[in-house]
Design a protein around this ligand. Structure first.
Ligand code: CMX
Length: 145
């Protein structure tokens, strides 16, 4: 079940430069910034929270990264909205049955110790939607089944 918005992903070309912009905009402390390389997704991220919403800046690690393709085609800007779910596998199954086009039939490993999966923007009014669920013993075991 989808329970709410987890984060907003913003594609950027220069992570440090953009981080400086957003840090000044929201008055974010350096110590409150989470940095991570997500090799599987081909991105480097820097994230921080504003109120109870996380903002995730994404920069490509290579030209093959989907974010590099996005930047080349559309420029910097909002890249995806990520929604928290209590059962990512079940939701993917249900959404596929409802006719949504899945990018990921199976959850993949994402930032913040989360399982993530994307729906194709062509089936969601041009918005890239991500589902995410924190990893734990149960979800880790399911992913090995
Ligand atoms: N938001 C909205 N539309 C998008 C989009 C995005 N983020 N990314 C691509 N599109 C659009 C393109 O503009 C294009 O539309 P047109 O055909 O009208 O021009 C269409 O989708 C197809 O795009 P493409 O460049 O040909 O790219 P692909 O079909 O090869 O891939 C997508 C598109 C969404 C399947 C791919 O970008 C993907 O798998 N994304 C999910 C993975 C990802 O983005 N990972 C990084 C984030 C990691 C994280 O959060 O941890």
């Amino acid at each position: 079940m989808i329970t709410g918005l987890d984060h907003v992903g913003i594609a950027v070309a220069d992570l440090e430069k953009s981080l400086d912009t957003f840090r000044r905009l929201f008055g974010v402390d350096e110590a409150a910034i989470h940095r991570e390389r997500v090799e599987e997704q081909g991105v480097e991220i820097a994230s921080f929270t504003v109120g109870n919403i996380r903002i995730e800046l994404l920069a490509p690690l290579s030209e093959q990264s989907p974010v590099a393709k996005f930047l080349a085609k559309r420029g910097e800007g909002i890249h995806h909205l990520s929604f928290a779910t209590t059962d990512i596998r079940q939701d993917l199954h249900t959404l596929e049955q409802q006719g949504f086009r899945l990018v990921d039939a199976e959850p993949r490993s994402g930032a913040h110790q989360m399982w993530i999966a994307f729906l194709h923007p062509k089936s969601t009014n041009g918005v890239l939607i991500e589902l995410c669920q924190p990893k734990n013993e149960d979800t880790d075991r399911q992913s090995l089944d």
